[in-house]
Write a protein that binds this ligand. Structure first.
Ligand SMILES: [Fe+2]
Length: 285
């Protein structure tokens, strides 16, 4: 089946196909204000259930083509700083295990690829992010990909290197796999200050996965408190991952957690480095 935007999006709630209409202007204003205030916007029921089902079916038959990453990284996803001790928060390493299905493994006529190629969708993102220009990545593997968390998988604490991320929840696991995030505790995406290190220590000490359910009931509202994002299948998330610390908790049960990752850049022609391609998709293209 070929999809068009109206088959994919819940256009009653999110009229991205009618950018001239008054509802569109309201939606952009609301989303932009939320993104500015909190560093994230989540739009629930963004995809139609049929589109989610079709995407998951395509992922399930391609599951064996996903590349598994199993290793350690620091919070900044870099090689660390020898000025600090190995167990300092600047260098402390955390375990991550997750698989990723590359763009060239997804159905080019399926709902995810069709949405990614859509200019109305890209223009909507550009307005919410408040940037002059927004381009799709010219990366045959990483422009659009799906993160698959099998039971036992997790993505530990980190800041993203890209300023923002656009993701869509496709399938939730039976249990666990919660997206946990702070507010915008980092002033800029390049901040590696002592002040930030002390905040990071505080956040990580306070976070205890055993107490997560309890904490959810008594959340404080300062930027250091960690919240679980309400992220149900079909939800679109636009998130400033370079300034908010975040992680995905361990997945439990039998069903995988599947999240589409849609990448954009403010410069045309951008592509991941061969090193990054090799790390996340096991090959270079
Ligand atoms: Fe991230």
């Amino acid at each position: 089946m070929r999809f068009n935007l109206k088959d994919i999006l819940n256009t009653e709630l999110y009229p991205l196909h009618e950018p001239e209409g008054p509802a569109y202007e309201e939606l952009v204003k609301h989303s932009r204000n939320l993104f500015l205030a909190e560093g994230s916007v989540t739009l629930q029921d963004f995809l139609r259930p049929e589109a989610v089902t079709a995407a998951v079916a395509n992922i399930d038959v391609n599951m064996t083509n996903a590349w598994n990453t199993d290793g350690e990284h620091n919070i900044f996803l870099d090689t660390g700083d020898p000025e600090y001790l190995e167990n300092h928060i600047r260098n402390q390493r955390f375990h991550t295990k997750v698989s990723s299905l590359a763009y060239d493994m997804l159905d080019p006529e399926g709902p995810l690829s069709t949405l990614y190629r859509d200019d109305n969708f890209r223009e909507f993102l550009r307005l919410v992010l408040g940037v002059d220009k927004l381009f799709r990545l010219e990366d045959p593997l990483g422009a659009l990909s799906v993160n698959i968390f099998q039971p036992g998988d997790r993505h530990s604490w980190h800041f993203d290197q890209s300023s923002h991320s656009v993701t869509i929840m496709l399938q939730k696991p039976d249990a666990g796999g919660h997206f946990r995030k702070t507010g915008q505790i980092r002033r800029t995406r390049h901040d590696k200050s002592e002040e930030l290190f002390s905040v990071l220590n505080e956040v990580i000490q306070n976070e205890n996965e055993q107490d997560m359910e309890k904490n959810k009931e008594h959340e404080e509202t300062n930027s250091k408190s960690v919240k679980t994002l309400k992220f149900d299948p079909g939800t679109l998330s636009i998130f400033s991952g370079s300034t908010s610390l975040h992680k995905v908790t361990c997945v439990h049960g039998t069903r995988s957690r599947q999240v589409a990752v849609l990448c954009y850049a403010t410069r045309q022609g951008k592509k991941n480095s061969p090193e990054v391609q090799k790390l996340f998709w096991g090959r270079v293209k």
